[in-house]
Design a protein around this ligand. Sequence first.
Ligand code: PRP
Length: 177
Amino acid sequence: MSSQSKPRILFCREEIAAAVSRLASEISKDYRDRHPLLLGVLKGSFMFMADLIRLLDFPLEVEFIRLSSYGRGRESSGKVRVVAGLSSPVKGRDVLVIEDIVDSGLTTSFLLDYLQKKKPASLKLCALTDKPSRWQTAVNIDYLGFTVPDKFLVGYGIDWDERFRNLPDICYLEGED
Ligand code: PRP
């Protein structure tokens, strides 16, 4: 893949909006009256989080954590790091993790273990996309937007080498399988 790779649309903005709306309905049904803590995983989840919470019309709290598992390029380093931690207590809270993508599953799996140790009242995962063909560890996704093929995704918050996060559609890079 070169820096000239051209993004092709996999899911357009209308399809994304429909998926986000469906997820918001499912989450509303389960979390209304529970004042949940929605925890976005930076940077990739910022756009999804922003669209999702605008459709949730009940009290909730927004928090972010910044993890990093990828170096510059496609392959995960396999080592997950907390780059910027939490500022809200998790103990006793209903925590819903918001991810843009589950790829190898290593990041999410690390995060769920990390959070579980802090004794939340409940802990669930909402992921916009899941790429089961690349899983290295099994992850239970409670709320899922799209199952995606083994293509390198960019757009709607997701980057390649820090590029393309601003694309409004979920795209893949041409030249990838
Ligand atoms: C991406 C994505 C997920 C993770 C998924 O984050 O946002 O958090 O990789 O990959 P995995 O399932 O193979 O662990 P990344 O580390 O690229 O950071 P970013 O969100 O800042 O782009």
